[in-house]
Write a protein that binds this ligand. Structure first.
Ligand code: AMP
Length: 330
């Protein structure tokens, strides 16, 4: 079975897809602002292949007419399932209504435009959470999710789900993760973005992302500028102690991580230092506000620092409410 993820070949900059079928021309004509497109240019080659594959599989899925291959509602459902888009019947129907020119058939160009209009609507608002392995990103995010109702997405968890489900992507990433290296930026960005689509307009904490300049470029290109970055900082010795503690505690009922061992932890910290500073420098050049938090203390202490920043910021928020225009129109 063709897997969309394994066909993603772009790296730092997304390439423009050059359709070789006249019926698919103009898929990029309506590319709008980041976050409003359903599929990145680098994904559309794989989607075009899959489209042909699904439409030719059975009469129930679609077929070919004078305009080229097309899909039925059933075919669109199968295509989306194949690329990990978990859409409900209502969304599926609205893609179909948006794209279909009333003949019950969706051609590739119609599908891509319809998917943009439906799936690319109201992108999520993102808060990045960055810091070394063991810095406490997950603990902070879980508390923010519980106390403030923000959605928590961890790039590491998304990848571990793929590994545990033994998907083609998971098999590809498992070894890289065991070595403490970074998986391909295009793969993780596509995965994160796909998951974010389940939360249109919501605030999402992106835990463990971006980890490299490639991640940051890819993200900004696909999803736009994040609202804020929370940056957890402490000494490497502490990171190491915490990773080893987590690995010891895993034996007491918590699931053990295959990368929480001494050798991989050393490599994860080394990888972190290789990519982290240029990534942060670039985010600040892009004017992404960065909140630095000292994570050498307890999780409670990190939380208190965040509350203190919130208190400091409150007068500024009020100023924006009374005078300057804020994003929420306040
Ligand atoms: P974490 O759970 O955040 O420590 O991530 C575990 C592993 O997943 C990392 O060591 C990387 O191999 C991979 N990973 C997680 N997030 C990313 C990312 N943003 N970019 C590339 N690789 C990642």
């Amino acid at each position: 079975m063709l897997d969309c993820h394994t066909n993603i070949r772009c790296s730092r900059k997304f390439q423009t897809w050059k359709p070789n079928d006249a019926s698919t021309n103009a898929t990029t004509e309506e590319r709008k602002k980041p976050g409003s497109i359903a599929f990145a240019d680098c994904e559309t080659d794989a989607i075009a292949d899959l489209f042909l594959h699904v439409s030719g599989k059975s009469l129930e899925n679609g077929g070919i007419d004078d305009k080229g291959s097309y899909l039925s509602l059933n075919g669109v459902k199968e295509l989306l399932n194949n690329i990990g888009e978990k859409v409900d019947a209502k969304i599926l129907e609205s893609i179909f209504v948006e794209a279909d020119s009333n003949n019950g058939k969706i051609h590739l160009k119609e599908f891509l435009n319809g998917a943009d209009k439906v799936l690319g609507d109201a992108p999520a608002r993102i808060i990045l959470v960055v810091g070394g392995p063991g810095s406490g990103k997950g603990i902070l995010c879980r508390r923010l999710a519980v106390e403030c109702g923000i959605v928590h997405l961890s790039s590491g968890d998304l990848l571990r789900d793929e590994v545990n489900n033994d998907t083609p992507l998971g098999r590809e990433c498992a070894e890289i993760m065991k070595r403490g290296e970074l998986v391909s930026s295009a793969v993780i960005t596509a995965l994160v973005r796909r998951r974010m689509r389940a939360f249109p307009g919501r605030r999402v904490l992106l835990d463990g992302f971006p980890r490299s300049l490639d991640n940051a470029y890819d993200f900004m290109e696909l999803c736009g500028t994040p609202e804020l970055a929370l940056h957890l900082e402490c000494e490497d010795t502490l990171l190491m102690e915490r990773i080893l503690k987590r690995s010891r505690e895993a034996t007491d009922g918590v699931k053990e991580r295959s990368d929480d061992n001494f050798d991989t932890a050393v490599r994860r910290i080394r990888t972190f230092h290789k990519y982290h500073k240029p990534t942060m420098d670039w985010l600040s050049e892009q004017h992404v506000p960065i909140v630095n938090l000292d994570c050498s203390g307890s999780p409670g202490n990190v939380w208190d620092q965040l509350l203190a920043v919130g208190r400091l910021m409150r007068p500024a928020t009020q100023l924006s409410k009374n005078g300057l225009k804020s994003e929420d129109g306040g």
